[in-house]
Write a protein that binds this ligand. Structure first.
Ligand code: ADP
Ligand code: MG
Length: 237
């Protein structure tokens, strides 16, 4: 169970090792990583391209499993849970945002934001709760300045708008932690600044716990704490 009253950090990883097989050899990407995020904290993970930032974030987001070590969320060990439990955690406790948005191209902005809630409920429950879900999704899109873009498809939106839809989709499940992988990486400076401000506000105003991966130290400077990955290990900055 994810217990709100659980003592200790909200999210932590212990002794994480992750290897990839490549061309007959073994690539040791993460070589004993320890990391923790307090509830309400905002940590940036930096490191050169290829240093394993995305690999680590994917392990925290339960998109992949470590070769060794443990991932804990809210007092529960989560790296070795069943597929059902993992999907449930990903649909309730963890919100993720990626550099390339990963919106569904055939769905409108509103439908993209609703998708995680449709997945969560069976059809009967969805029919019962969809009015409330629509209100919640619309409120979120409104908050991110997209109140006039509800029926737009992703191809009709700018990069910054697509990323704001992706953030709304990550938040509609009311996650306990937001994991963002280079969320401004595909954006021009002004759109990127808007996205970064929105993410900072989610932490400062709403108290959302955030892990932000970036290779840009100016962006990382907006977090409370910076952690650097180098040679498969963590350095505190
Ligand atoms: P970063 O996000 O810091 O740029 P990544 O975590 O994406 O780094 O990748 C770390 C290293 O692992 C890179 O050298 C990359 O080429 C390698 N890598 C990532 N994913 C795979 C994979 N699925 N198979 C093989 N090698 C991979
Ligand atoms: Mg990456």
């Amino acid at each position: 169970m994810t217990d709100k009253a659980a003592p200790g950090p909200l999210l932590s990883v212990h002794g994480i090792r992750k290897n990839y097989r490549s061309g007959g050899g073994i690539l040791e990407v993460l070589r004993g990583i320890n990391f923790q995020l307090e509830s309400g904290g905002f940590v940036a993970i930096v490191g050169q391209s290829g240093s394993g930032k995305s690999t680590l974030l994917h392990l925290m987001g339960l998109l992949d499993a470590p070769d060794e070590g443990e991932v804990w969320l809210g007092g529960e060990r989560v790296d070795n849970v069943s597929a059902t439990r993992r999907d449930r955690l990903r649909n309730t406790a963890i919100g993720m945002v990626f550099q390339a948005y990963h919106l569904l191209p055939e769905l409108t902005a509103l439908e993209n934001v609703l998708a995680p809630l449709m997945v969560r409920h069976g059809i009967a429950a969805w029919l019962r709760t969809r009015g409330e879900a629509h209100d919640q999704a619309r409120r979120l899109l409104d908050r991110f300045g997209l109140g006039q873009r509800l029926r737009h498809k992703p191809r009709q939106l700018s990069g910054g708008e697509m990323q704001r839809v992706a953030i709304a989709r990550a938040l509609v499940t009311q996650p306990r932690v937001l994991l963002a992988d280079e969320p401004t990486g595909n954006l021009d400076e002004a759109s990127g600044a808007g996205i970064l401000d929105a993410i900072c506000e989610l932490n400062r105003r709403d108290g959302l716990s955030i892990v932000l991966v970036t290779h840009d130290t100016a962006i990382a400077g907006r977090a409370d704490r910076i952690v650097r990955l180098a040679a498969g290990r963590v350095e505190l900055v």
